[in-house]
Design a protein around this ligand. Sequence first.
Ligand SMILES: *[C@@H]1O[C@H](CO)[C@@H](O)[C@H](O)[C@H]1NC(C)=O
Ligand SMILES: *[C@@H]1O[C@H](CO)[C@@H](O)[C@H](O)[C@H]1NC(C)=O
Ligand SMILES: *[C@@H]1O[C@H](CO)[C@@H](O)[C@H](O)[C@H]1NC(C)=O
Ligand SMILES: *[C@@H]1O[C@H](CO)[C@@H](O)[C@H](O)[C@H]1NC(C)=O
Ligand SMILES: *[C@@H]1O[C@H](CO)[C@@H](O)[C@H](O)[C@H]1NC(C)=O
Ligand SMILES: *[C@@H]1O[C@H](CO)[C@@H](O)[C@H](O)[C@H]1NC(C)=O
Length: 420
Amino acid sequence: MECSWKTLLLLVCTSLGVQYTAIRSLHDSFSGPCQDSAHCQGRQGKEQRWKSLCDDSHVPAETSAATARKHILLFAQTRSGSSFTGQLFNQHPGIFYVFEPLYHVQQAFTNSSSRLQRALDGRALLGAYRDLLLNLYNCDFSFLESYIRPEPQDHMTGAFFRRSSSHALCTPPVCQEGGEEILAGQPDETWCPKKCQALNLTLASQACQARSHVAIKTVRIPEVGDLRTLSEDPRLDLRIIHLVRDPRAILASRMTAFAGKFRAWKIWNATGRQPRYVDLTQITRTCRDIEYSVETGLQKPSWLRGRYLLVRYEDLALNPEEKVKEIYRFLGLDLHQKVLTWIAHNTNGTVPSSSEWNFKYSTTRDSKATAQSWRVHLNFDIVKTVQSLCNRTLSLLGYKPVQSVDELRNITKHLMEPRT
Ligand SMILES: *[C@@H]1O[C@H](CO)[C@@H](O)[C@H](O)[C@H]1NC(C)=O
Ligand SMILES: *[C@@H]1O[C@H](CO)[C@@H](O)[C@H](O)[C@H]1NC(C)=O
Ligand SMILES: *[C@@H]1O[C@H](CO)[C@@H](O)[C@H](O)[C@H]1NC(C)=O
Ligand SMILES: *[C@@H]1O[C@H](CO)[C@@H](O)[C@H](O)[C@H]1NC(C)=O
Ligand SMILES: *[C@@H]1O[C@H](CO)[C@@H](O)[C@H](O)[C@H]1NC(C)=O
Ligand SMILES: *[C@@H]1O[C@H](CO)[C@@H](O)[C@H](O)[C@H]1NC(C)=O
């Protein structure tokens, strides 16, 4: 009698196993052209998760071998340092990194639709984002192909968004050029667009399968809650790196990067007087999305357990080596020396703010002060407004509001509370 509950548990586990096998074979028939070893590796990881579930250890995947395929999502907002942070994955030879593939989906939706259609498309867009991520995590590029314009011919395209931000797409087997440049330590962005021919997406898929893990950067998904179905998908072992940044810095960076769209803000910045037609909705939405996402993450719902890491860009900027170690520990992956070398070569101990660090990377080495450069580039009146629009986000993340111009401009005074 004593062990009957064990028998019952065993039965439950077995039946789960059977169900899982059934689901899996269903997935197999739908999962497209990715049926190689790397794909199976992902499956093994999944199997281990189920095993560990039946072993009564409810924390997923941490228990499985470090080699099990991880599906990393760098989840961020525009101008929050995600290009820089993406390099921490892009530089790892075992990780296939893709820079913002959702761009193609958004373009296709935006261009094809009337205003009414677009409103209806909101949910569909999110669904399409998730489908594309799932496909790419399985190294299947066919879904992406249907969104790229002009349409790829024979799986060849010259229009892959920011291809050279993905090291794997600039190196063999995808591209045979650039040997010298890579040896000389030149960033891919400087030579890859010129030397590498049109992208062969079949080769890209093979390159993806040959690497142990996949990392994708996106700024197009509004909230972490939108990732729940992916996080729960038994085919994935999702790890979300949620990158946040001080909203005042995000705004300053957007004003510089998208000057055309921020004309009213520029006038405000120059005069200290808020034009009536200035659009406050974007920064408000940004702050709300960050706030909701962080709240979701900190509540530790079961579907995010062991899958969510909050990273403040400023912490990374002040202490890149320590922070990158923490990130890789969370991922359960070994930190490759190439990543550390890249940090050493590109930061001199600190990271540039994302406005200075771009794909036309120059030789400028940034100081710790540059992470705070917004403090000398924003009019105090704007700062006050953002502080009031985003006060909950600021306090949630430990960014201190300033009360005066002097306090704003005095860089020696830190505006960040330490976070654990
Ligand atoms: C969408 O339209 C813009 C502007 O007309 C154009 O530059 C872009 O290539 C189009 N994208 C797609 C996917 O059709
Ligand atoms: C793309 O790569 C695949 C796999 O190596 C190859 O079979 C195919 O011929 C290539 N396509 C073109 C147009 O070169
Ligand atoms: C790194 O920064 C220090 C202090 O600012 C400077 O003295 C040094 O030359 C820099 N090193 C490199 C390699 O840029
Ligand atoms: C705002 O104005 C100041 C002073 O006029 C200028 O130095 C700064 O670059 C401007 N900031 C932005 C983001 O344009
Ligand atoms: C944010 O501002 C609102 C309205 O001014 C205020 O009620 C609230 O207490 C503030 N929240 C925080 C966290 O400072
Ligand atoms: C700047 O801030 C530091 C640290 O809070 C303070 O000691 C110093 O007096 C301030 N400088 C000025 C000019 O206000």
